[in-house]
Design a protein around this ligand. Structure first.
Ligand code: MLC
Ligand code: AMP
Length: 511
């Protein structure tokens, strides 16, 4: 049987010279990792996992700061044939409690400073093993792996075997785990390698977090599958990123990263002259950012469109002969991926008409973890996944996203679901109801704003409520502003008119 293990495919792309630098760490403790270090490190971690006698399909949940060892842990989970479950470092105890309770991981890896509370949650959910991994190689994970063999044969996997679960919030209720297979991830990585014209000698600046699709899959797989060196930032720093462009060729970022680099005088044509390709995605790219980037660097940003359930769906062209990178669009569907637009009742939309974006292809996930009914609802009868994005397709295939049918805010590339935040606010004492909206924000694209109504006789203190929320939910979800009002605008059906609230507050964060 052939092996469809994603790690095996990535490993096969390592350069012949295993002593060449694979990852050059640009911040923190610095240092360099060779391809041999990745080979040996992932083997030792895979052997540690294998030594635990975990059942097939076991989940390994990881909430650690970004580090090369954290990337190796991801690769080791693939290599050993288990299922990787990355968690945003901003998540707090109630959020982690939910993910661990829902996914029932056999292994949890957390930051040393969080061991006490994370292990309490994990052990009470039935997790057998909790390890720690710090930013600078400290913790029990590497201590235990240090005594394991550095030889390991990748587990044999079928293309549809589960590789990762990515939690993505729902418009109603709790987060759902999107189940991605080895085949989903590898087919998308191979397609992007060809489409983005990865070249021998390409060097990627990796400055995104590694707990979401963009940094973990698109960026890391891209470099690994091309045997390309990465210049690795634990945290995005616009000045330092610009300084390293002279040694690099490819950069991937959410729009906020481009906005922050544009604010740096050091961003010039000359500073970017060694670069081949700048890619943007995860959130809408403003046309002003697109235009300013051309003006300042001479490079045209390549905007692409993706999501946790589907990895990448569309991309503007890379090579000039394949077409223009058209501002305001996310480009045509990737080869082998089907993208179509449907009306409210499922009828096909004529060219250029706005409707619901649907997708199918080898990149599309198999369903939500333990939610067969929810999965069914999110697919059409003929097997297309409903993205929840609204847009149009031109005659030449270019897709434009114009909005979302899902009530979702994207702030600095992170998704915030109003229903979740409203639920937390409504549970605070004295709150009758609330509405959470996103309004234009010069740095984050959209800023989270809450509008809250007090119960009769109650007095609410906005600052105290924000402080309370900060202690309960991930920091990027906390409203940047919270207004206490007498009542919320409603339509004749009694539904809160969020569009009116958005209009009212749209200038709140004006630059
Ligand atoms: C940080 N803060 C944010 C925020 N990030 N607020 C709103 N939205 C965000 N995204 C706030 C914190 O709450 C904190 O506020 C303050 O900013 C400083 O925190 P920080 O952690 O020091 O911020 P910083 O390092 O500046 O982070 C900003 C950022 C980061 C833009 C670098 O958000 C980021 O890396 N975003 C990328 C997200 C990403 O990779 N998305 C891909 C998803 S995949 P306070 O008040 O507490 O001080 C996907 C599919 C696809 O969508 O298509 O790719
Ligand atoms: P996530 O659930 O975090 O994977 O986020 C996926 C969502 O991000 C998509 O459904 C889109 O709404 C949004 N998104 C991703 N890329 C783009 C883009 N280039 N332009 C606009 N929205 C995008």
């Amino acid at each position: 049987m052939s092996n469809s293990n994603l790690f095996a495919a990535l490993r096969a792309a390592f350069p012949a010279n295993l002593d060449a630098v694979a990852i050059d760490v640009a911040d923190g403790a610095g240092g360099a990792y060779s391809w041999r270090d990745l080979e040996r490190g992932t083997a030792m971690l895979a052997n540690l996992l294998a030594s635990l006698g975990l059942p097939a399909g076991s989940r390994v949940a990881v909430q650690t700061e970004k580090s090369v060892e954290a990337l190796m842990l991801y690769l080791a989970v693939l290599r050993a044939g288990y299922v990787f479950l990355p968690l945003n470092t901003a998540y707090q105890s109630a959020e982690i409690d939910y993910f661990i309770g829902n996914a029932e991981p056999a292994v949890v890896v957390c930051a040393p400073k969080n061991f006490a509370w994370v292990s309490r949650i994990a052990f009470s959910a039935g997790t057998g093993h909790v390890f720690t991994l710090g930013e600078t190689r400290e913790g029990t994970l590497l201590e235990r792996a240090a005594v394991c063999s550095d030889q390991h044969t990748p587990a044999v996997k079928a293309a549809d075997d589960l590789a990762a679960i990515l939690y993505t919030s729902g418009t109603t209720g709790r987060s759902k785990g999107a189940m991605l297979s080895h085949g989903n991830l590898l087919s998308n990585a191979q397609t992007l390698k060809a489409c983005w014209d990865w070249q021998p000698g390409d060097v990627l600046i990796h400055a995104l977090p590694i707990f979401h699709v963009h940094g973990l899959f698109v960026a890391s797989h891209g470099a690994l599958l091309n045997g390309s060196k990465m210049i690795w930032f634990g945290r995005f720093d616009p000045k330092a990123t610009i300084a390293r462009m002279r040694e690099a060729t490819v950069f991937m970022g959410v729009p906020t990263l481009y906005v922050r680099m544009l604010a740096e005088p050091a961003l010039t044509n000359e500073a970017a002259s060694h670069m081949r390709l700048f890619i943007s995605g995860s959130a809408p790219l403003l046309v002003e950012t697109f235009d300013s980037w051309i003006e300042r660097t001479g490079h045209t940003l390549l905007e692409r469109y993706g999501m946790s359930e589907t990895v990448m769906l569309t991309s503007n062209p890379c090579r000039a002969q394949d077409g223009a990178r058209r501002r305001g669009t996310v480009g045509p569907a990737l080869p082998g991926v089907g993208v179509r637009v449907r009306g409210d009742h499922g009828a096909p939309c004529p060219v250029g008409e706005i409707g619901h974006i649907q997708v199918r292809g080898p990149n599309v996930f198999s369903g939500y973890w333990r939610l067969p009914e929810k999965t069914k609802e999110e697919f059409t009868n003929d097997g297309w996944f409903k993205t929840g994005d609204v847009g149009k397709i031109e005659a030449d295939g270019y897709v434009t996203i114009v909005g979302r049918s899902k009530d979702l805010i994207i702030s600095g590339g992170y998704n915030v679901y109003p229903a979740e935040i409203e639920g937390v606010i409504n549970d605070l004492p004295g709150v009758a109801e609330s509405a959470v909206i996103g309004v234009p924000h010069p740095d984050f694209g959209e800023g989270v704003v809450a509008v809250v109504v007090a119960q009769p006789g109650a007095t609410l203190d906005a600052a105290a409520m924000v402080a309370h929320l900060k202690a309960q939910i991930a920091n990027f979800k906390v409203p940047k502003h919270l207004f206490v009002v007498a009542d919320l605008p409603r339509n004749a059906m009694g539904k809160v008119q969020k569009n009116l609230l958005r209009e009212q507050h749209q200038g709140l964060f004006a630059a």
